[in-house]
Design a protein around this ligand. Structure first.
Ligand code: PMV
Length: 286
């Protein structure tokens, strides 16, 4: 029995969303698929073999302790701010509901996935599992009660540039919390910027300018690093409208908005940078 969850990218508002500001996230075409098979013995993961204790805890939270083999296929790089754990959480919840012949509403899906996400991230805002379950472009505000609304899908594509370093979401969220007094006004500025982004979502040039501004604010929060900054600067010198780190930072990916995505990817390859193109995916995987 199968279940799947989509990966996501945060267009704007990461970290500030933890403090009640709005954020905008996109579901993208990468994702995680979970397949469950009957098994005469304790429930366990067949593939991939992993030593990550959190994965075992996640499986214990959703599935019964005996009788199931779990197969996981993923096209989402882990620890890169692309919501791999949220996609896994949603996929697990859906696979188990399908196994039991239960119909899930979007609300019950992200509520159940949120429990699993907590195992990975402590106290997440919920944006990752909501967009993973919902698909498309989402305006999101943390609860309680959470508020989200789908926004019209833009026609631009994003170039994702990978530092190849894994960031630790829990650690980065804690870093911002530890300096909350100093960070408060930067978080408010990010919240204001998200309002502006909503207005220019379909204007790639203006949006690019906002993304770069968002990156500067994330640098002020202390969640960027030299590799992320180098990829942002490099994208701009290659003609991108703008770029920013996406997700918690401390590693992970940069998203760049450019009039010529294929050219940027070609240039990245020549410069030895791992890059790929992605676009908003409206239909949620099931
Ligand atoms: O797990 P990531 O890297 O996609 O980041 C999640 C976004 C944060 O705002 C940093 C945390 C959260 O819970 O919203």
């Amino acid at each position: 029995m199968d279940g799947a969850g989509q990966a996501k990218l945060i267009l704007t508002g990461e970290h500030a969303v933890v403090y009640g500001h709005p954020a905008i996230a996109l579901a993208v075409r990468q994702g995680v698929r979970v397949r469950l098979q009957a098994y005469d013995g304790p429930t366990h993961v067949v593939a991939p073999i992993t030593t990550d204790e959190r994965l075992h805890q996640a499986i214990d939270t959703v599935l019964p302790s005996t009788g199931i083999q779990v197969h996981i296929e993923s096209t989402v790089p882990t620890g890169r701010g692309m919501g791999s754990s949220a996609a896994l959480s949603v996929a697990l919840v859906r696979a188990w509901a399908n196994w039991q012949g239960q119909a899930l509403t979007p609300e019950t899906t992200y509520a159940a996935a949120m429990k699993v996400e907590r195992i990975f991230h402590g106290n997440p805002s919920g944006i990752d599992n909501t967009v993973s379950a919902q698909g498309g472009v989402l305006w999101y505000r943390k609860g309680p009660p959470i508020h989200f609304e789908p926004l019209p899908t833009p026609d631009w594509e994003l170039v994702v540039l990978d530092t190849k370093q894994a960031g630790d979401t829990k650690k980065m969220v804690q870093l911002v919390a530890d300096r909350f007094k100093e960070n408060r006004s930067v978080l408010e500025d990010i919240g204001q910027l998200v309002l502006e982004v909503r207005e220019v979502l379909h204007d790639a040039k203006e949006l690019g300018r906002c993304l770069s501004l968002n990156h500067t604010l994330l640098c002020q929060l202390g969640v960027s690093n030299n590799d992320l900054n180098a990829l942002v600067d490099w994208s701009i010198t290659q003609g991108a409208y703008g770029a920013k780190l996406a997700g918690a930072g401390g590693g992970g990916v940069v998203i760049a908005l450019t009039p010529t995505p294929d050219t940027l990817i070609h240039q990245a390859k020549q410069a030895g940078i791992s890059a790929f193109k992605t676009r908003v995916t409206e239909t949620s995987w099931q």
